[in-house]
Design a protein around this ligand. Structure first.
Ligand SMILES: Cc1cc2nc3c(=O)[nH]c(=O)nc-3n(C[C@H](O)[C@H](O)[C@H](O)COP(=O)(O)OP(=O)(O)OC[C@H]3O[C@@H](n4cnc5c(N)ncnc54)[C@H](O)[C@@H]3O)c2cc1C
Length: 379
């Protein structure tokens, strides 16, 4: 068993750290305040190859492995969780299902523009009445000549505001439940895909969270992913991989908050000495660090398993569950260590606390992760 990162992974980590310090961290406050990631930063992340990290070079990707992608999301999220989820949702939720389930023609047609970020990808599964209960989705589709025609509503679409390439899930017949769901690759600038609104949120405010109305959205037959009735399987397998990205985002948020708390505890003096001299603060730091390290081990292991073609569904649930709960815990403790300053925007840990919460909710809530893990244990 080798717990060391390879030289390539270390090199990637170090170049990402330089990039984050120069390009991402200086914008993190503004991104949160303006609820927008500057297009220029998205372009720079594209130029760095961060949107096509593990896509094969044959499709314009960087040809890296899943662990590299995990490190990308982690390092970016240390400074800006909104930018972290842009990359994660794009890669895990839009590129990955095309890579795993797409035909060669679909890969050649869609992956190059996604790999270079010319199109930002998104995943349109959730509906007003169907969140955790994916099989309950009501968006429907019908065959019409050589096309499929989709009608329904999709909510909470991360990256939806870019109106790039979306993976849409719809049912041919609701009575078939999960067996009736199919997945389609869709250009979200098509007529029939209407943006209704962008949500304002507690955290990850720079990330688009978009509502779409799909009104007679016409999709050519060649855009069906895999075959009809495979959509539920595609959604579940995509989310298994997506959870590694969310775990990496949560890990990055926790590490970002921890770095600040550790530094502040050494600087801040009360009662004539640094607060880090107090055992209460020392034990907080120890507990925070322990949870971060266990999150990192779980997240990197899930990435390694996926990258090596091994089963990883339970391991990605473990990583997501533990890393997300670690992120909310660590960011809360980071505020406590900062005292009143932690509550003030300038010190940034309050933003990290707000950003952390969503990691316990999207791509399957913590309750759903516990269901996945406990079912596997009891099987
Ligand atoms: C900012 C943001 C971005 C998102 N991005 C995307 C995206 O890009 N694409 C997309 O398709 N979706 C996206 N989502 C949707 C997200 O995945 C769902 O919100 C999430 O899966 C939960 O669904 P829900 O909100 O309907 O909650 P519900 O399913 O209604 O759950 C409400 C509560 O009940 C609990 N619960 C539900 N069922 C069970 C059960 N069987 N056992 C125990 N507890 C249960 C849940 O854990 C939760 O605590 C996003 C959401 C947000 C807020």
């Amino acid at each position: 068993m080798d717990f060391d990162l390879s030289e390539e992974h270390k090199l990637l980590q170090s170049s990402l750290r330089d990039f984050v310090e120069k390009e991402v961290r200086p914008l993190a406050v503004e991104i949160d305040e303006k609820h927008h990631i500057p297009d220029d930063l998205v372009s720079k992340m594209c130029e760095m190859g961060l949107l096509g990290s593990y896509l094969p070079e044959a499709y314009g990707g960087a040809g890296l492995d899943i662990l590299s992608y995990t490190i990308v999301v982690e390092e970016i999220s240390k400074a800006c969780a909104s930018s972290g989820i842009l990359i994660s949702a794009h890669t895990s939720l839009a590129c990955d299902p095309i890579l795993q389930f797409g035909s060669e023609a679909q890969k050649q047609s869609y992956l190059p523009s996604l790999a270079c970020g010319q199109k930002v990808g998104c995943f349109l599964l959730t509906e007003p009445e169907a969140g955790s209960d994916v099989a309950g989705l009501v968006t429907g589709y019908k065959k019409d000549g050589d096309d499929f025609v989709i009608n329904g509503n999709k909510i909470f679409v991360t990256n939806g505001g870019y109106q790039g390439t979306g993976i849409i899930f719809a049912s041919m017949d609701r009575s078939l439940k999960h067996k009736g769901i199919s997945a389609f690759i869709v250009d979200l600038q098509s007529e029939g895909a209407e943006v209704l609104r962008h949500e304002t949120k507690l955290g990850i405010r720079g990330s688009f969270t978009t509502t779409f109305a799909l009104n007679n959205l016409r999709v050519p037959a060649e855009n069906l992913l895999s075959s009809e009735g495979q959509g539920f399987k595609i959604a579940m397998e995509t989310l298994n991989g997506g959870r590694i990205g969310v775990a990496a985002q949560a890990l990055g948020i926790a590490e970002g908050a921890f770095e600040r708390a550790l530094a502040y505890s050494k600087e801040r003096k009360q009662f004539g000495r640094p607060i880090s001299d107090q055992q209460t603060i020392q034990f907080k730091l120890a507990d925070m660090f322990t949870r971060i390290e266990t999150s990192k081990l779980l997240t990197y292991r899930a990435a390694w398993l996926k990258g090596n073609g091994r089963p990883y569904a339970v391991e990605s649930a473990l990583a997501k569950l533990h890393a997300s709960e670690t992120a909310t815990y660590v960011t809360k403790e980071a505020i406590q260590i900062h005292g009143g300053y932690g509550f003030i925007t300038e010190y940034e840990v309050e933003r990290m606390y707000r950003d952390a919460k969503i990691t316990e909710i999207y791509e399957g809530t913590s309750e759903i992760q516990r269901l996945i893990i406990s079912r596997a244990l009891l099987q």
